[in-house]
Ligand binder design. Structure first.
Ligand code: ATP
Ligand code: MG
Ligand code: MG
Length: 414
């Protein structure tokens, strides 16, 4: 297998909290990550490199500059320019040599630009899974330029109320979603999502949501080696934003968790490129599973692996997969249960301080509580940090023990 020499540089598109935690995983491994994002982004705050690029991960010139300095390219966000990634993958980028000549440099890109492009468009992503025989919600596309109200009436006649109107591209934390429950919602939904291509999904009456992180390894020719799944976790979304993660899921059979891991593995087997991927799923009333969407990168639902799977966190797994380094046979938590609570910015910039103080008050006690702050300015609803709490008992016991945290998290959201 190829190895990472100490001079190997991984170019990273995006330097938010996922990039920051990727850098935190790279630091003790002595790996260098060159980050393309704003000057003071969360990732650059924790990792030095003379190859960092200041700019946008949507800017072709900035991506070329990053590619020129990198031995590999990867992402912490899927909303990147894939046209330029395709060009770099096919033709490379010109770099100057000490003797004054130039050559084309072609760093491997993981995941592939094809996967990133497919996942960027949630409608096409689900069409792809559906064609692969994987269960997804029914959906209809809405043509740009069509009479929008008439289109929503057609959706209504197909799905009834409620249905979910979604932006095809660019959405995160539910910001591109609008639940349409009556004809009164038509205008505000179209107003909220104006300027983007839309599609509609049938409303899914799910019992709960699960997520599975999958590590995909490939040889240099793109042949799949293995998909290794982390345990299934329960994700709780409030107002479409993930607020809490439970490992293992509450009240879900071992068999369903295994089915979720198998489904996630099947989903990621249909894509291309090395790295970690998140598969978000719905559990329906009859216990069957449906794929919601895939994220081609480390994910909020995998933060817990930093402390709960010290064998290899999702961040270290991303580095190992991209560089094609050895991976464990199985990814097994060292604790019986883990909880992850997102710290979202509250009404005032100091709303979350009480929660941070509570987490700190556990340090030195027998509560295994781990605080992560991302170095981001607090804004209402913005993910600015998270807390992981691990336990040796059941997830219900851990939840019980963690009640003060839940109370404060809910207080901040008021
Ligand atoms: P992320 O931050 O995970 O990328 P996103 O903006 O891409 O989020 P989705 O994953 O599409 O948004 O949806 C966010 C949440 O909204 C889901 O986790 C689920 O709770 C709810 N949701 C999405 N689609 C549906 C649906 N068809 N029916 C019911 N609820 C849905
Ligand atoms: Mg998404
Ligand atoms: Mg989602």
């Amino acid at each position: 297998m190829a190895g990472a020499s100490s001079s190997t540089i991984i170019g990273l598109l995006g330097g938010g909290q996922l990039g920051r935690m990727l850098c935190e995983a790279a630091n003790p491994l002595g790996m260098e990550i060159a980050v393309l994002d704003t000057k003071d982004c969360p990732a650059k705050q924790v990792h030095q490199s003379q190859h960092h690029v200041t700019g946008s991960f949507k800017d072709p010139m900035a991506i070329r500059e990053l590619a020129a300095h990198s031995d590999y390219l990867t992402v912490e966000i899927e909303h990147v320019d894939t046209e330029v990634l395709e060009d770099v993958a096919k033709n490379g980028v010109e770099i100057g040599l000490p003797d004054g000549t130039t050559k084309m440099h072609r760093p491997p890109i993981h995941p592939s630009y094809e996967t990133l492009r497919l996942i960027q468009d949630k409608y096409l992503q689900k069409e792809h899974f559906s064609k692969s025989g994987l269960p997804v919600a029914k959906q209809v596309s809405i043509q740009d330029g069509d009479d929008s109200i008439a289109s929503l009436k057609t959706v209504l006649s197909t799905f009834g109320f409620p249905f979910m109107l979604k932006a095809r591209k660019g959405s995160y934390d539910g910001r591109g979603n609008y639940k349409v429950a009556s004809e009164q919602d038509f205008e505000p939904a179209l107003e909220a999502l104006k300027g983007t291509s839309l599609y509609a999904e049938k409303w899914v009456l799910f019992k709960m949501e699960l997520a599975v992180m999958v590590v995909r390894t490939e040889d240099d020719e793109g042949n799949l080696r293995r998909c290794i799944a982390y345990p299934a976790v329960e994700t709780v979304h409030e107002d479409s934003i993930c607020t809490k993660v439970y490992m293992p899921p509450r009240g879900v059979s071992q068999a369903t968790c295994e089915k979720a891991r198998e489904l996630a593995t099947a989903v990621i087997s249909t894509l291309s490129g090395r790295g970690v991927y998140a598969v978000e799923m719905f559990v329906l009333a009859d216990g069957s599973l449906m794929v919601n969407e895939v994220a081609p990168r480390p994910h909020n639902s995998g933060h817990y692996t930093i402390e709960a799977v010290p064998q290899m966190s999702q961040y270290q797994a991303q580095l190992h997969a991209v560089l094609d380094l050895d991976m464990p046979e199985k990814l097994v938590p060292k604790v019986k249960s883990a909880l992850m609570l997102n710290i979202l910015g509250g009404a005032s910039p100091s709303s979350h301080h009480k929660l941070v103080r509570l987490a700190r008050s556990t340090f030195g006690t027998d509560t295994a509580c781990y605080l992560h702050l991302y170095g981001k300015e607090s804004k209402p609803g913005r993910k600015i940090g998270h807390i992981t709490i691990t336990g040796d008992g059941s997830i219900d016991e851990l939840q019980q023990k963690s009640q003060p945290f839940f109370q404060l998290v809910d207080e901040i959201r008021q």
